[in-house]
Design a protein around this ligand. Structure first.
Ligand code: GTP
Ligand code: MG
Ligand code: ZN
Length: 370
């Protein structure tokens, strides 16, 4: 049975936005692969096309994050008068899961566009870290996708340990659904399957080696799957380490995006999302005696009182402060970046104006009588 647009996640809002493009005979396609210069796109009927970006799409993007990314829906021109299929437009994203580009940059890096569910995979032992989980929840909240957590490798640790980790994660986010799984023992894979309805896209993230690909393989096991964008490369250690984003469309419905392990969960969020994620701390802050309380040595500070009386976990509060600081820095960097761009634009403008003057002068010299 051929794949339809609905199988690929098409919906009424995309259809509406696409109306003007139908008139131009462009076709909707979903990007499943990013080859840097070209993209792989799936079209109605399941046909896979290699497409390039048009200059317009490139120039319309103000930053890398606005360029087409895996998961995006685009308008593809396959017209006979052009050499290769071209992306003419990118449809608005309904969700966008991003992180900050690693390193000093203040740019957003899109991990996957239009995903409905973000599945964070961890374990109850070496990988388990409440602060990192808080980070994941904060960026997932910003993305608009639903958070799901799998505490995997449960076969390796005592039940109490797995349950304690799951409980600690549940406490961090009331929106998240948390499950204990073991890819090794085929346990919990149905959980993943239960989210993957027709047209629903889920992406798996987490540190390297937590079992993301193993869970995916379990899910695919036996079942004949239709498309895999990339094939795992075997690392020197003989372990399969995912090196590229992989998109799979499942025959039983659903789209799965496996990712390479994330070493550092770089923040990509804003203050509002942060306050929502840490509503307990926001509420306490409102009870401080002074509205501009710095929560340090200020008199009548409700946060300090809560930490002292152990009502608020000191680690959680520290984690919050660190995230808050990172968001500040991110804002600052972005502001500086913006200023540089503006300065550059002004300078370019001056250079252009000067060139124009020079040219006029040259003209006058060449044609003195005009
Ligand atoms: N005991 C046990 N081992 C597991 C389980 N899941 C995965 N593993 C093993 O852990 C190792 C890493 O698993 P992968 O599925 O490659 O991990 P990954 O998260 O995809 O890693 P990256 O692709 O590097 O991000 C493999 O040797 C798996 O066999 C599990 O539930 N229990
Ligand atoms: Mg992997
Ligand atoms: Zn205070």
């Amino acid at each position: 049975m051929a794949l339809t647009l609905d199988d690929l996640g098409w919906n009424a809002a995309f259809e509406k936005e696409f109306q003007p493009f139908y008139k131009k005979r462009w076709k909707p396609g979903r990007l499943i692969r990013d080859n840097k210069i070209t993209y792989g796109a799936l079209l109605d009927g399941g046909e896979e096309l290699e497409v390039v970006m048009s200059g317009n799409v490139y120039h319309a993007a103000e930053c890398d994050a606005e360029l087409p990314a895996v998961g995006d829906w685009v308008a593809i021109d396959t017209g006979s008068e052009i050499d290769e299929p071209v992306i003419r437009a990118r449809l608005s994203r309904q969700t966008c899961f991003s992180r900050k580009m690693p390193g000093k940059s203040s740019e957003e890096q899109v991990i996957a566009a239009n995903v409905n569910v973000v599945v964070v995979v961890t374990d109850a032992d070496t990988d388990f870290n409440v602060r990192r989980m808080e980070r994941y929840f904060t960026i997932i909240a910003r993305s608009g996708a639903k958070p799901v957590v799998l505490v995997n490798k449960s076969d390796l640790f005592p039940t109490e340990q797995n349950e304690a980790a799951a409980a600690a994660i549940r406490e961090l986010s009331p929106d998240a659904e948390v499950f204990i799984t073991s890819a090794m023992k085929h346990e919990g894979v149905e959980v993943l399957r239960s989210y993957l309805k027709k047209g629903v896209a889920a992406t798996l993230v987490g540190s390297s080696g937590v079992g993301k690909s193993s869970l995916v393989n379990q899910l695919l096991g036996g079942e004949e799957w239709q498309i895999t964008a990339e094939v795992n490369e075997v690392s020197g250690k003989g372990r399969h380490t995912t090196t590229a984003r992989e998109v799979m469309v499942l025959r039983e419905g659903g789209i799965l995006i496996d990712n390479p392990g994330i070493r550092e969960v770089q923040m990509w969020t804003d203050e509002r999302t942060l306050r929502d994620q840490f509503i307990d701390i926001s509420n306490l802050a409102m009870q401080c005696q002074f509205h501009d309380c710095k929560h340090g040595t200020d008199k009548g500070c409700a946060i300090r009182a809560a930490v002292e009386s152990k009502k608020l976990d000191a680690g959680r509060y520290e984690g919050f402060l660190r995230l808050d600081e990172e968001i500040e820095k991110l804002k600052d960097r972005r502001k500086r970046h913006q200023k540089t761009i503006e300065r550059r634009a002004k300078r370019d403008h001056r250079v252009k104006a000067r060139n124009l003057e020079d040219r006029k002068e040259l003209n006058r010299e060449l044609r003195p009588n005009q």
